[in-house]
Write a protein that binds this ligand. Sequence first.
Ligand code: UTP
Length: 478
Amino acid sequence: MSRLDAMRSTLEACGQSHLLQHIDGLSDIDRDALLKRLESLPFESLPAMIEQLVLAAPVAGGGDLHPAPCVCIKPEQACGSVDLIDAEDLRIRGEAMLEAGRVAAFTVAGGQGTRLGWNGPKGTFPASSVSGKPLFRLFAEQILAAERRWGRTIRWYIMTSESNDSQTRAFFLDNRCFGLDRRQIMMFPQGMMPAFDMKTGKILLERPGALVMSPDGHGGSFHALLVSGAIDHMEGRGTEAISYFQVDNPLAPVLDPVFLGLHADEAHSSGEFTSKMVSKAGPDEKVGVFGSIDGRLGVVEYTDLSKAEAQSTDESGRLRFAAGNVAMHIISTEFARRVATAGQDELPWHRAVKKVTHIDSRTGELITPGEPNAIKLERFVFDAMGIAAKPAILEVDRAEQFAPIKNATGTDSAESSKQMQSDLYGGWLEQAGVQVPRRGDGHIDAAIEISPLTAMSASDLEGVDLPSKIAKGDSFAC
Ligand code: UTP
């Protein structure tokens, strides 16, 4: 049987034969590309996925949900069930891991960034508050600063997607890898999933020879780390822990010794999967929360938390489900390999209802829907928590570590992120004795930026040449 005939019968068997409707009109190259794409689809699981996730919406919740136990390092921190531990002990452990070269940085940058609407990979977005450094440069500077401090080459793994891989690579080359050695950076694209018509379950076509495809979620990292050879690469170089963070948070500490120390602390963690949380700003904040669901730790999306659960408080009046997920994790290489192989099927698919432009498979006519018409499926990295033996969650300060850029305006926009960056760095300057203007609401009334190459924390500003005062509305970068 020819390759085309084999595919024809596979598609017929699962009700997707429309995908070959236009094959006769395609060039040899396009026909080959279409067949390759179709051959990459998970046909064994596709019919069940369509039935259970596309045509029916799984009912959320219903499990036995409790707040997740968290570890705090400051008495004023306020997670549901508090275990207060000594940060200095953890820092020493984490620094030992960094000095021994056992940690790699890992950025997930394969998302589509639709909400931000930036024309290019999100990591190229100008994010810093004074000089507009792109996100990738900010992380590169943190890596350079960490290398200086801990005396080791730090490898940086970056997950891209088919749609932004070549642009991301070009950006790094055009910027001479921001001072890093090209050989310490490894980029690899993640997997892709097709979009389905939500009424019929049929895979949508973007044009006659191409399906509508999108990245398979940040949970696709495990598979992508494995098939790209990144896990082998890491293990061959002695990397035991992967410091995972998202591309859209300019304050994400690329390598945090205290966090690494918790990951390595047998009393709290099995050393497989460790996460960070910040206390939710209020019951309505749109952030997933850590919880124990039927005895397994995981993240409950804000849309799946009932109003009563979101608002419920403990005896001291604190929100019970307050542990907001900030998408920073330490994952052991061994665990990543295990999830990518044996555990892959345990990572559920999540459905997202979207408006997706496509062609009518019979007429070829372009259809731009006014209402959501399609389902996209994604895996989430934090679902791996449920597979880990004893995952730990560390509470950190939002103001120090979390200023995401998700939206073009308003909450979690470049504007709000820049204010948070100025607030943090302005506070550092104040600690160093500089007079910094504040508005009535307490926010810093100036744009302030401190490169990690100048200081990784407030105490590093000692000995740095600083002005005695910053004027209202001024910009200051160092
Ligand atoms: P988001 O969930 O914010 O999605 O990703 P997004 O695609 O960037 O933005 P929207 O929703 O289209 O506006 C959080 C992080 O996970 C990465 C993103 O690049 C970002 O760092 N991500 C997301 C991936 O690497 N792959 C994916 O498939 C999805």
